[in-house]
Design a protein around this ligand. Structure first.
Ligand SMILES: *[C@@H]1O[C@H](CO)[C@@H](O)[C@H](O)[C@H]1NC(C)=O
Ligand SMILES: *[C@@H]1O[C@H](CO)[C@@H](O)[C@H](O)[C@H]1NC(C)=O
Ligand SMILES: *[C@@H]1O[C@H](CO)[C@@H](O)[C@H](O)[C@H]1NC(C)=O
Length: 289
């Protein structure tokens, strides 16, 4: 605690000296340091801005809805507040801060979708039935509550009870896989029914959503979502979050079979190993390339 205060005290003095010497504030310096990549720049900006003494800076970095006009207004307020004269950093800074706000916005959207699955909601119910149709085109679902759901790896008669804390988000991710990668999804489903190396397809999907959702909210998907942003017009979308779901699911399927499990009871133990491998990959290599 005391160390922290002393550390912060000297850090602030150091920053003031640097500011006097370079005539630039930390934000300008970060944006003009051409040696670092976009990920490093965004992470440095976030760290610097979250602990800033100035309210306009803190409110800019914590925006969770992207809006051109509002971002520009916040940046203008910051420039006035910091008394910045040299505006050459501004364009680059706007790109970086936009990415950070898009990331915040994705957290908000994902949190919204995690609200519980509701059998009263016609959108939720329609998506669930479409999931069935994508994965089982040659077999009709006889009724809404049915033993047939266990063929997709749900536990009971009604999948609604399996989504739990991941709510509708878990279904949207499974449906993304089934709808946009139909062949891949059917193939995975088939493999998940292997007599020796099988696993409950839908439950693994829900677990994968939970894993990714935790990484997203602890800001551990920044590497994946920032690094390639130039290719995506500096935005971060739900679609890329769903692509990460496809990646993790496919990797799990491979990992599970290669690890030669005795039975599905080993799931938790094997997932722990898988978790550390994948988390490492997500922080070091561009998995969506
Ligand atoms: C960084 O790059 C920009 C354009 O690529 C250039 O104008 C600027 O002078 C460079 N800054 C430094 C500190 O090298
Ligand atoms: C927001 O601003 C950027 C450039 O500053 C522009 O490319 C984009 O089209 C704008 N978007 C909207 C919705 O106005
Ligand atoms: C149904 O769920 C969707 C997606 O979660 C949501 O946008 C919509 O507002 C919900 N409809 C009702 C009537 O609650």
């Amino acid at each position: 605690m005391l160390f922290g205060i002393i550390h912060l005290f000297f850090w602030r003095i150091f920053k003031s000296l640097l500011r006097i010497w370079t005539r630039k504030c930390e934000i300008q310096r970060i944006c003009e340091n051409n040696r670092s990549d976009i990920y490093q720049e965004c992470v440095s900006l976030e760290a610097s801005m979250c602990f800033s003494k100035s309210a306009p800076i803190r409110s800019l970095v914590s925006m969770s809805r992207f809006n051109n006009k509002s971002v520009d207004e916040h940046i203008a307020a910051m420039i006035v507040c910091k008394g910045i004269k040299d505006l050459s950093f501004q364009e680059r800074f706007r790109d970086r801060i936009s990415l950070i706000i898009h990331y915040n916005s994705l957290i908000r959207e994902v949190t919204e979708l995690k609200k519980s699955y509701s059998t009263e909601n016609t959108t939720h119910e329609a998506t669930l039935l479409s999931l069935w149709d994508c994965l089982k085109p040659n077999e009709k679902l006889k009724e809404r509550r049915s033993k047939q759901w266990s063929d997709l790896g749900f536990q009971g008669l009604d999948p609604a009870t399996d989504f739990r804390g991941m709510g509708y988000l878990a279904l949207t991710q499974l449906y993304y896989l089934a709808n946009t990668r139909t062949e891949l999804a059917r193939n995975l489903l088939l493999k998940s029914q292997h007599p020796e190396y099988g696993y409950p397809f839908a439950l693994v999907g829900i677990h994968t959503t939970s894993f990714l959702s935790n990484l997203l909210t602890t800001r551990s998907l920044r590497y994946q979502l920032f690094i390639l942003s130039e290719r995506y017009q500096h935005t971060i979308s739900m679609e890329r979050f769903n692509e990460l779901f496809v990646y993790v699911f496919v990797e799990f399927d491979k990992f599970w079979r290669e690890s030669g499990p005795n039975n599905v009871m080993q799931f938790n133990e094997r997932w722990r190993v898988f978790d550390s491998v994948i988390t490492q990959n997500l922080n070091t290599i561009n998995v969506l390339n």
